[in-house]
Design a protein around this ligand. Structure first.
Ligand code: ATP
Length: 327
């Protein structure tokens, strides 16, 4: 389908990520540039079903570039998982004469978008917005860099107190299925060990690593744990370690939702701006059911079903570097 695109809707879905606002702004401003009307949908797919629409003009996105979160708000919509919910969403899109949809979100949101555009033949383009960086078809997702910066800032502070008291800290970062934040934070934060869902490790190996470090006169240590680590969460791991060696003074910090908030980094603002422009231009060119991403600094449109299906492997080189430098 390559009909004229005169009106598009944009929504944010799933977990929020710093830079989502920058992406919405880019979609709106690019729309205005090409004289395409842009409708903002509140609260993700729920807003599509409940027709929570509002016209976004160029001024309506003023002063949001630097703000974290999403001013359109996000939601997890169970109704959109049903055929009736998606049918209602389609009827609302038709009645408002919306020609295409831009979805900013993660793999779950794209799964929904893919099903929706197959059922109802609505052109859809996805913009990867998730702190987890777990989408193929782009080197980085919007929000990942900012989340890493937040994690590293916190880790630096924990290091001060860890070294003052000669303690071992287990620091849990986000990443249920992917260890991208953990590995990046481990390198930037100078961690002594990193535990991620993608790599098997045993408690015994971890303990050995900590003991060797202590023998090498490392008086404090930081262990970064991705929340989806196969050894369990940071509290569980710390408990298991403490049970076997009582001479370590162990503390646990869970960074949690802190990592989702805050102003987007420069990298995320530029990434979101590029992807927002590319989404609208892609729709104008007749593209649909694709996710826009950047690989090796080049814009790439990947079929959504591939972006969600393909595994994005943890960058082994980074994992290797984290391990080498953690002695
Ligand atoms: P993040 O991983 O960063 O939290 P996400 O986009 O993966 O973001 P999810 O909660 O997995 O977040 O998905 C967001 C929404 O996408 C869901 O609440 C649901 O409305 C829709 N969705 C997910 N999977 C499907 C599906 N199989 N069919 C229809 N809709 C879906």
């Amino acid at each position: 389908m390559n009909k004229d695109i005169r009106k598009i809707a944009v929504l944010t879905s799933g977990g929020d990520a710093p830079g989502m606002n920058a992406a919405i702004r880019a979609v709106v401003r690019t729309g205005r540039f090409y004289e395409i009307e842009v409708i903002g949908v509140q609260l993700g797919y729920d807003g599509l079903i409940d027709k929570q629409f509002r016209v976004l003009d160029a001024r309506s996105v003023a002063n949001i570039l630097s703000r974290g979160g999403t001013f359109l708000k996000s939601a997890r919509s169970d109704r959109f998982r049903t055929q009736e919910g998606r049918k209602q969403a389609f009827e609302n899109i038709q009645s408002e004469q919306i020609d295409a949809l831009v979805v900013i979100g993660g793999d779950g949101s794209f799964t929904g978008a893919d099903i929706f555009s197959r059922e109802h033949d609505v052109p859809v383009i996805g913009i990867p917005g998730t702190i987890d960086n777990d989408l193929a078809g782009t080197d980085f997702t919007i929000g990942f860099d900012s989340a890493c910066n937040t994690a590293v800032e916190a880790i630096d502070k924990i290091r001060d107190t860890a070294s003052s008291h000669q303690r071992v800290f287990f620091i849990e970062v986000m990443g249920r299925d992917a260890g991208f934040i953990a590995v990046n934070a481990a390198i930037s934060g100078g961690a002594g060990a990193v535990i991620v869902p993608e790599h098997e490790w045993t408690i015994e190996q971890l303990i050995e690593k900590l003991q060797v470090a202590a023998q090498n006169k490392k008086s404090s240590n930081l262990v970064i744990v991705a929340e989806g680590s196969h050894l369990g969460n940071a509290f569980k791991i710390a408990k298991k370690v403490q049970k076997q060696i009582d001479y370590f003074d162990i503390r646990v910090t869970v960074l949690g939702h802190l990592q989702r908030g805050g102003a987007p980094s420069n990298l995320d603002r530029v990434l979101a701006s590029r992807l927002g422009v590319a989404a609208v231009e892609g729709l104008k060119e007749g593209k649909s059911k694709v996710m826009v991403g950047i690989i090796n600094q080049q814009l790439v449109y990947t079929p959504i079903h591939e972006a969600i299906k393909l595994e994005k492997p943890l960058i082994d080189e980074e994992f290797r570097i984290a391990r080498i430098l953690s002695t």
